[in-house]
Design a protein around this ligand. Sequence first.
Ligand code: COA
Length: 145
Amino acid sequence: MNSTDAITIQHGDWATLGPVASEIRRVVFIEEQAVPRHEEWDGRDDDCVHFLAWQGERAIGTARLLPDGHIGRVAVLIEARGLGVGRQLMQAAIEVARQRGHTHVELAAQTHALAFYESLGFEAFGDEFLDAGIPHRNMRLSLAG
Ligand code: COA
């Protein structure tokens, strides 16, 4: 990866972005994190707005926004982490949620990523729970004001 290339964020529907987004999610969630395939492909992608982070010609991260204001499937390729890509994906998803009139956004954070979401203003609520065998907590960000 050429670190001098600017990162750009694209958003669109699953028909357009799915072929590229699904490859990133396969590598990060199914291969790296051992999420079962049937849990990763949950049938909700057609209903979501999808986000892709590009560095030059290469897609390096993805996320999705569900119609109910939940953000999920936030994934950055391992070699591109720590460069602000996840932050830019989240900021883009939050902005689209705001444009759609959501008063808040929510997500289920893997507990190792709590500090990542806290740095974007999210606050955890409720108890820890397991999803795909991975510990999670629900988090919320108010978009009011
Ligand atoms: N723990 C603590 N802080 C973290 C962190 C982590 N695991 N990952 C990022 N941060 C912090 C960064 O230090 C940075 O803070 P700063 O702006 O104050 O310096 C901020 O969060 C933004 O980091 P960024 O570089 O944009 O994050 P990233 O591009 O590496 O993406 C993830 C973060 C979580 C999306 C990425 O690590 C990933 O894809 N992990 C595997 C998949 C996953 O677990 N997804 C989350 C599912 S809930």
